[in-house]
Write a protein that binds this ligand. Structure first.
Ligand SMILES: [Zn+2]
Length: 69
């Protein structure tokens, strides 16, 4: 299973602090320019759905020890 352009972006955002996700999602194009995007062809819609799942996983886990502040 190959990772499409959109999922690449999703994975990048997933590595950022959760607080920045909304900002990054808002910057995504509504309609994807890549043919391999799949259907529905909307990066923002797909990535938001993916990150919603990730957020749920993170919430279930105890936060790792808070480092810098
Ligand atoms: Zn896309």
């Amino acid at each position: 299973m190959s990772v499409s352009h959109c999922m690449g972006r999703a994975l990048k955002i997933a590595r950022l602090p959760v607080g920045r996700w909304a900002d990054e999602i808002a910057k995504l194009p509504e309609a994807c320019e890549h043919a391999d995007c799949g259907a529905p062809r909307s990066c923002r819609q797909r990535i938001r759905a993916y990150l919603d799942i990730q957020r749920g996983i993170l919430r279930d886990r105890p936060a790792p020890a808070r480092g810098r502040r």
